[in-house]
Each structure stands twice: as structure tokens, then as C-alpha cells.
Design a protein around this ligand. Structure first.
Ligand code: GLU
Length: 471
């Protein structure tokens, strides 16, 4: 699934410029918004067996218009300064779009985590966290990393532990998000990006008029979906869409892809991959596709690239059969590819919106850490008692007594997971309304990405007005 060199910064800047041209914002302010404020490039030695390996790593902070800065850390052989800078810029626009009050950042460690033991990975991660701390590049009010490609809750707990050892304090655990729930994490963070993809697509598909223009029926139910990338984002997106009536017809991974127009069960596919080490030979009526990238060209209604950047370009954009492309990955579609898709009447749902669920729930985790209280702890029982009182009055009034199951459904007070998911859904619905409204209002703008960029740029610009300029 690897792609040739992709000019990621060039792509993000092109998208930015296309949108900026439709605004009346001062040129200097636009230049400041676009610029990456700081990048820390580091090299450090890590002892692997009897050898010393020099590890290259990065952390880019794109914008300090809101603090802290925020964004994941990716472990990948392809990590580079250009890549983290492009990803950090996307984080700025993403956070602004969904009203998460952070600047954008991103980190990368240039390793293939599969080639390291757990102990070695721990050493690399802790050393990276230590380097960040030494240069004041991490902290609950400074820069707050999170999981990205190749990292998860385990890495975040190592980062937290390293940071807290050197900087103890009541808010110290807010230095990183995506932590295990037992270590200050929030329920629902692991699946948040995938769940956000589902909420976003569900919202988009609910507009009858928009669906008609695409030649589709309204509603996500019954839609045929191909997912590229079966990692944390792609897997949960597939599972939640499947559980809510969507039909997952194709799954692509780097070793190959499988396709079944009748539908695949994401849980069974994951189990098969875990057991055999490959997605191929899944059976159950699915056909194997050896050339993984060509799976993107199979028939479906919605195509969800959830792996890496630059997978849909001018080379394959004309062969895509989907009517909607949901960018769950960051930067999966190149500007030339996007142009072809838009011309063909295909709707591209931009990354900065569709995958914002991860950072949104990271924001909730950070709030939980700073407030030192679990969501739902203060009001769950109170709400439950109030609902029970109301229900009692209704039962008296109507003469009908509800069953215990019905009562539970009506009076249930929100647990942490309920509150997190409802906050996430509200965020995805609210942000889409802003993008759609902007698209309707702007003249000569025909795609959701340009509209989304316009919304973000205006928000960041308003944060700069009259500020940060020293005479
Ligand atoms: N890595 C995720 C992203 O690209 C999440 C970042 C975060 O939670 O800070 O949006």
C-alpha cells in the first residue's frame, strides 16, 4: 500500500491557498496562519542489544494561537520533517473547525515499530518524551501529544510517566492524551476517531437533497462501504458503521485486500487477521485482491481511506466508483486527485472534519485531567432521580406502569462513555452544519474541503486580530 513520494506540505498549502482566496483576510495574517511556528528535530542514541541505534525524531508545533498545541505522535519508517509539519498544520485547522481550543502539532519517530521489542520501544518512547521535556516541548499547557499511526495507549502511558517523573504537579497527567483509562484516560478515546467518522458520515447522509444530487438514498443504512486501513481508525469506523446498518464490502491492508459485495463482518475479519497474520484468505464468499490499492476502485457507495496520505491521486481518481470519499486518514487525497473527483461529482469529506473525533475526545480527556473529576460523577444519580420522579408522576397520571427495562431506558443517567459519545456526536453535527452553511454561502466554491478550510481560517484569523504583533 506504500505510495511514491507525496508532497504533503504542498498539498496542505494548496488547499489552504484555494480557500484563503475566497476570504477577505489580511495577507500578513494569512501568511502567519499558514506558517509552521516551530519544529524540533532530534537525534538520540538507544541501546538495542549490544548496539547503539541513533533514532531520528521530530515534533512540529504549527500554531500557537491557542495553547497548548495538540497532535499525535506517529512511529513510521517514513516519518520526516515535511510530514510532521504538514500533519501539524492539519491539526491547527482541524482543532479550529471543531472548536477544540488548541493549536496544531504533530510528532514523528522514524522507526518501524514492528522491528522493535516492547522493551526497546519503551526505551525509545521514554527517551523521546525526555527530549521533549528538556526543551519545554511538552506539558499540559504547552504541547500535549496523543496516539497516531503506530502508537496507542501503551506509548502514551510511558510518555506520561516520564514527563510526570520530571515535572510532578497536580495537572501533570494532562501532558498527554489517549492514556489507558486506569491512568487518567477517558472512556471512548480509543474508538473516538472511528466513531467520529461514523457520526460525520451519518450526518452527511441525512441530508436528502445532498444525497439526491449524488444519486443516493438518504441515510447511512444499506450503504456499501470500502475501508482502506484496518488499524485503530479504520477498524472502529468499520465496526460502528456495520453495527448501525452500513455494509462493509471491502477491506484493504498493506498485505492485500478482500472484497465481498454481500458484506463482511469486521469483527470476524479482524479475528482472521490476528490468527493468520493476513487479511487474505478470509473466505466466506470474499475474493482476495493482491494489489491492495486497486481495492479502492471496486464498486461501493462510500470509500473510507483510513491509512496513509497520498493514496488517491491523478493516477487513480478517475477510476474510483464511490460517490462519497470519507477521509479518515490525514491527507489521503492529493489536490490533483481531488480536482478530478469534484469534477466527476464525487463528494470528498475532508480529513480535517471527518477524523476530528480523536482530538475532540482528547480534549475531553484533557478537561477531565485538569478538572480531576470523571464525567458523570456529579450529575448521573441526580439526573436519574429526577427522571424517576417525572416518570412516577407520568405513571400515576396515565395509570400505566412501565417494565423495569423500560424504566431503565427512560431514567438512565449519563455515564462517562455516554457523555463522551454525546459530546462527540454534538461536535460532528455542529461542525458539519458550519461547513455546509459556508459551502452554500460562498460563491464559486464547490467542495466541502474548501468550505471547511474557510471556516477554520476565519476562526484562527479572529484569534490573531490585534494580538501577538509587537510594535
Ligand atoms: N492523531 C490524531 C489526529 O490526527 C489525534 C490527535 C490528538 O488526539 O491530539 O487527529
Amino acid at each position: 500500500m506504500s505510495v511514491e513520494h507525496f508532497d504533503f506540505i504542498g498539498a496542505v498549502d494548496t488547499y489552504f491557498d484555494q480557500a484563503a482566496a475566497h476570504t477577505k483576510i489580511n495577507k500578513g495574517i494569512l501568511e502567519q496562519i499558514k506558517a509552521c511556528n516551530s519544529v524540533y528535530y532530534m537525534k538520540f542514541p538507544v541501546k538495542i542489544g549490544n548496539d547503539y541505534k541513533v533514532v531520528e525524531a521530530y515534533r512540529a508545533q504549527h500554531s500557537h494561537h491557542r495553547m497548548p498545541t495538540k497532535g499525535g505522535i506517529r512511529y513510521s519508517e517514513h516519518a520526516s520533517q515535511e510530514e510532521v509539519m504538514a500533519l501539524a498544520a492539519l491539526m491547527t485547522y482541524k482543532c479550529a473547525l471543531v472548536d477544540v481550543p488548541f493549536g496544531g502539532a504533530k510528532g514523528g519517530i522514524k522507526i518501524n515499530p514492528r522491528n522493535f521489542t516492547e522493551g526497546q520501544l519503551q526505551r525509545v518512547t521514554r527517551r523521546y518524551a525526555f527530549e521533549l521535556a528538556k526543551k519545554n516541548f511538552i506539558g499540559p499547557g504547552i504541547d500535549v501529544p496523543a496516539p497516531d499511526m503506530g502508537t496507542g495507549a501503551r506509548e502514551m502511558s510511558w510518555i506520561m510517566d516520564t514527563y510526570v517523573s520530571f515535572n510532578p504537579g497536580e495537572n501533570a497527567i494532562g501532558c498527554v492524551t489517549g492514556k489507558p483509562v486506569t491512568q487518567g484516560g477517558v472512556r471512548g478515546r480509543t474508538e473516538a476517531t472511528g466513531r467520529g467518522v461514523y457520526y460525520g458520515l451519518k450526518e452527511i447522509c441525512s441530508y436528502e437533497k445532498d444525497m439526491k444530487e449524488l444519486g443516493l438514498e438518504p441515510g447511512l443504512e444499506g450503504k456499501k462501504v470500502i475501508v482502506q486501513g484496518f488499524g485503530n481508525v479504520g477498524y472502529y469506523a468499520a465496526e460502528i458503521i456495520h453495527d448501525n446498518g452500513g455494509i462493509i464490502v471491502g477491506v484493504a491492508e498493506y498485505e492485500g485486500a478482500i472484497y465481498n459485495p454481500e458484506g463482511l463482518d469486521p469483527r470476524a475479519v479482524l479475528k482472521h487477521r490476528k490468527e493468520t497474520g493476513s487479511i487474505l484468505n478470509y473466505g466466506n464468499g470474499a475474493k482476495d485482491i493482491k494489489d491492495s490499492l486497486s481495492c479502492l476502485e471496486q464498486p461501493c457507495d462510500i470509500l473510507i481511506p483510513a491509512a496513509i496520505e497520498g493514496v488517491i491521486t491523478k493516477k487513480n481518481a478517475s477510476k474510483i466508483k464511490a460517490k462519497i470519499i470519507g477521509e479518515a486518514a490525514n491527507g489521503p487525497v492529493s489536490p490533483e486527485g481531488a480536482k478530478i473527483l469534484t469534477k466527476r461529482g464525487i463528494m470528498v469529506v475532508p480529513d480535517m472534519y471527518l477524523n476530528a473525533g480523536g482530538v475532540t475526545v482528547s480534549y475531553f480527556e484533557w478537561l477531565k485531567n485538569l478538572s480531576h473529576v470523571r464525567f458523570g460523577r456529579m450529575n448521573k444519580r441526580f439526573n436519574q432521580a429526577s427522571f424517576q420522579n417525572i416518570l412516577g408522576v407520568v405513571e400515576d397520571f396515565t395509570g400505566r406502569t412501565l417494565t423495569d427495562k423500560e424504566k431503565e431506558a427512560v431514567t438512565h443517567g449519563g455515564d462517562e462513555i455516554d457523555i463522551v459519545n454525546s459530546g462527540l456526536e454534538e461536535t460532528m453535527i455542529g461542525a458539519y452544519a458550519q461547513i455546509r452553511e459556508q459551502l452554500k454561502r460562498a460563491r464559486n466554491v464547490h467542495d466541502l474541503r474548501t468550505a471547511a478550510f474557510m471556516v477554520s481560517i476565519k476562526k484562527v484569523a479572529s484569534a490573531y486580530e490585534n494580538l501577538g504583533v509587537f510594535p
